[in-house]
Design a protein around this ligand. Sequence first.
Ligand SMILES: NC(=O)c1ccc[n+]([C@@H]2O[C@H](COP(=O)([O-])OP(=O)(O)OC[C@H]3O[C@@H](n4cnc5c(N)ncnc54)[C@H](OP(=O)(O)O)[C@@H]3O)[C@@H](O)[C@H]2O)c1
Length: 318
Amino acid sequence: MKHRPLPGTDLSLSVVGFGAWAIGGRHWGGTDTADAIAAVHAAIEAGITWFDTAPIYGDGQSDVLLRQALGDIHREGLTVATKVGVVYGDDGHVHSQLTAATLREDLGHTLDRLGTDHVDLLQVHWPCEHDTPLEETFGTLADLRAEGLFRHLGVCNYRADALAQIRAITPIVSLQAGLSMLRREVEHDGLAWCRETGVGFLAYEPLGRGLLTGKYTHVPTFGDDDMRRFDDRFKGHRFEHARRLTADLTRIGRKVGVPPAAIAIGWVATRPGVTAVIAGARTPEQVRQNALAGSIIDHVKLWEIVDRVAGLHGGTPR
Ligand SMILES: NC(=O)c1ccc[n+]([C@@H]2O[C@H](COP(=O)([O-])OP(=O)(O)OC[C@H]3O[C@@H](n4cnc5c(N)ncnc54)[C@H](OP(=O)(O)O)[C@@H]3O)[C@@H](O)[C@H]2O)c1
């Protein structure tokens, strides 16, 4: 497993991180506790050193399972990154609420569930959907950092213009945003900004929620509590596009002895400016496949070929 420094910190991250959203269960069709815990253990065995969670993942269930699996989260060399700011409204929908009171409360709850008094990386989950000024949000977070509740501040899903404004208020060390062969918009916005400024970039959803793993040969069906039921990429011509792309990744992977998931993750990890990739997984076998990306990252010739193939397929059609 290859590791890279997170710029501006003393943290070293495995290029493949573990994303804990799916093990939370909600919106992913439920979770299997034993599998989830075994997946976290498999991640550590495969050299994965960091874990990404959030209060909203399974209403705190991903935090709880991580704690159960990791025990002391400050185990040497392991990093846990959590988030704040997204809450369920009275209408049952999630929205971003970034007032001082919500941030303090949300952070307190996630730390309690994780069984710790601080985390290495705290991220704002997504931009405010109310009228809280950036100064209130990021001034409060600077205070919480000074109180020792987290060491480094990152954000998710902000655009480049807002990132510059935030950085004028308080230092941030990372942007987390979606990036995969099926989702490339960020390359010209947040990722370009990170490259220019030297801020770390953590890429999520590298597998297109499973589409790029080779497991889907036909349009799948999902239960009501699985958001992929409503994801257009799992339907019609967009599904067919992902299926054909994955068939190419499978062929390339066979030549170097890895599954398509490792090729899809490795391609993201080798985009200029990307610090590390967060791959979601629910079973030990998925984790082991995904972690293989970390062992082929330096294969320059391979990534030239994969990038050509990704370019030929040209992102997800509308
Ligand atoms: N900050 C944000 O706003 C944000 C947004 C999205 C994600 N994230 C973070 O990024 C992480 C990764 O994104 P994601 O989980 O949405 O998408 P993803 O990594 O593209 O897909 C993960 C899903 O694909 C399936 N899968 C994974 N590896 C597989 C393998 N080797 N073979 C077959 N199937 C496999 C699993 O689902 P099944 O077993 O159900 O098929 C898994 O839950 C999240 O867990 C979360 O930590 C952050």
